[in-house]
Design a protein around this ligand. Structure first.
Ligand code: TRP
Length: 335
């Protein structure tokens, strides 16, 4: 069975967009793969994090993933900082990746912006750590959003150069599993912008812990146009807000735009928004309450994550040890 690895930043309660675009697909891929799910707190500190907030958000993200259906018995859920192998292999990869490769990373350019002199060196080598995350497990399938494609290409370049320089066939090629093209969730205030945690308006997004009243209010206020819903999918093309709401409905019912329009075409937004609100509450309320339940017993949550880290280390440690031997380290560390 191919091994799957993916990581998610502990950057607060996910939005509906994160859920439909990524987390839900993680849950689905669990059926026929061995999976490692990692909350990437080492990546998080590449930009400033308040320590108390980072700690809280790391646990929160783990709780949300569990509440969404990540299965810690069949698969492995853990915090990146709890497994040393990530940082150890990342150092070796810092010495494999070329500056020219990192200079081409569009995400670094976007994140650094004009303030390039003042960002952390960690942000620059972020993709090397990401490559280490995956290669420390010899994982070959990596579900990610389209924005991470370039980082996975870099991870493959690193593996190839390592194999070539040391004359081995040690790190396998990674296959990206690009998620969310079909379920791209847009802002409730502007159907042409992605739903995002960083949007200044909370009204633009549904958060996975929003309560029923908040969900109802946000959907009622969601931007629409004056026409009723069309019968034909093609007519959604120039109606981004209508398209977005229909898309959310389709994703939550595991169907597609056409079937949603078959049922709701001709309806005004009033009744359709009511149906969407009920559906959202039905799907999200159990996630919110399970997240709360998990967070209310932090000791149990931490124990679960400790077991996850131990199981992850059992896989990663021998792989990283072998990489260190190949590089020429004498290998006196007693693990
Ligand atoms: N960089 C990824 C993101 O921001 C998160 C991540 C870190 C990741 N390590 C990974 C994803 C390894 C896949 C595999 O979405």
């Amino acid at each position: 069975m191919q091994r799957v690895f993916s990581g998610i930043q502990p950057s607060g309660i996910p939005t509906l967009g994160n859920y439909l675009g990524a987390i839900r697909n993680w849950v689905k891929i669990q059926d026929n793969h061995d999976c490692l799910w990692c909350v990437v707190d080492l990546h998080a500190i590449t930009v400033w994090q308040d320590p108390a907030v980072l700690r809280q958000q790391s646990l929160e993200m783990a709780a949300v993933l569990l509440a969404c259906g990540v299965d810690p018995a069949k698969h492995i859920l853990f915090l990146q900082s709890a497994v040393r192998a990530h940082a150890q292999l990342a150092w070796i990869f810092n010495c494999v990746a070329r500056l020219g490769w990192l200079n081409r990373m569009t995400q670094f350019k976007d994140k650094a912006g004009k303030d390039r002199e003042n960002v952390s060196s960690g942000l620059y080598v972020y993709p090397n750590l990401m490559a280490a995350d995956i290669h420390a497990y010899h994982a070959t399938r990596v579900p990610v959003g389209d924005d991470q494609r370039q980082h996975l290409e870099l991870a493959n370049d690193i593996a190839q150069k390592f194999n070539h320089d040391y004359g081995v066939d040690f790190f396998p090629n990674i296959e990206p599993v690009i998620l969310g093209a079909g379920a791209r969730v847009m802002s409730l205030r502007d159907g042409t912008k992605k739903m995002s945690k960083s949007d200044p308006s909370d009204q633009s997004r549904i958060n996975l812990n929003d309560n029923a009243d908040t969900i109802a209010l946000k959907i009622r206020r969601a931007k629409t146009d004056p026409l009723p819903l069309p019968f034909d999918v093609q007519e959604l093309a120039e109606r981004p807000e209508a398209r977005n709401l229909v898309g959310i409905y389709a994703a939550l019912t595991d169907s597609d735009h056409a079937s949603v329009l078959k049922e709701h075409g001709g309806q005004g937004f009033g009744p359709f928004k009511n149906a969407l609100t009920m559906l959202l509450i039905e799907k999200l309320a159990p996630i919110a309450s399970e997240t709360q339940r998990l967070l209310s017993d932090q000791e149990a949550l931490i124990n679960l994550l400790r077991v996850g880290a131990e199981r992850a280390a059992v896989i990663a440690d021998p792989i990283v040890k072998e990489a260190e031997r190949l590089v020429g380290f004498v290998g006196l560390r007693g693990d």
